[in-house]
Design a protein around this ligand. Structure first.
Ligand code: FES
Length: 102
């Protein structure tokens, strides 16, 4: 059973916004795309930049450090398909956004 942890309220992130949250000590990047929430690791595989502080455009976030890009729904880079970051399960219950990193 995935262990879901509340990380935000639905009103904390507007569509097109993202932020860094903590799930049991793991830094996770949370995104709101058209009212739907998605989560990937916060750690960019290039040099560890904070993807949750990146620039979100459609489904793609750009790392704020050197510009690597990842689709936040799939974790896959649209530029280099071999570059991939872990994605995490998200569920919304009432106004709670919950993430499981298991
Ligand atoms: S650390 Fe993310 S692009 Fe370099």
């Amino acid at each position: 059973m995935p262990n879901f942890v509340k990380v935000a309220s639905t009103s904390d992130l507007k569509p097109g916004e993202n932020k860094v949250v903590n799930v049991n000590g793991n830094e996770v990047a949370l995104f709101n795309i058209d009212g739907e929430f998605f989560a990937i690791t916060n750690t960019c595989p290039h040099r560890g930049g904070p993807l949750g502080e990146g620039f979100l455009e459609g489904e793609v976030v750009t790392c704020p450090w050197h510009g690597w890009r990842f689709n936040v729904k799939t974790g896959v880079s649209p530029v280099m398909p071999t570059a991939k970051v872990p994605t995490y399960k998200v569920k919304v219950e009432a106004n709670d956004v919950m993430v499981s990193v298991e």
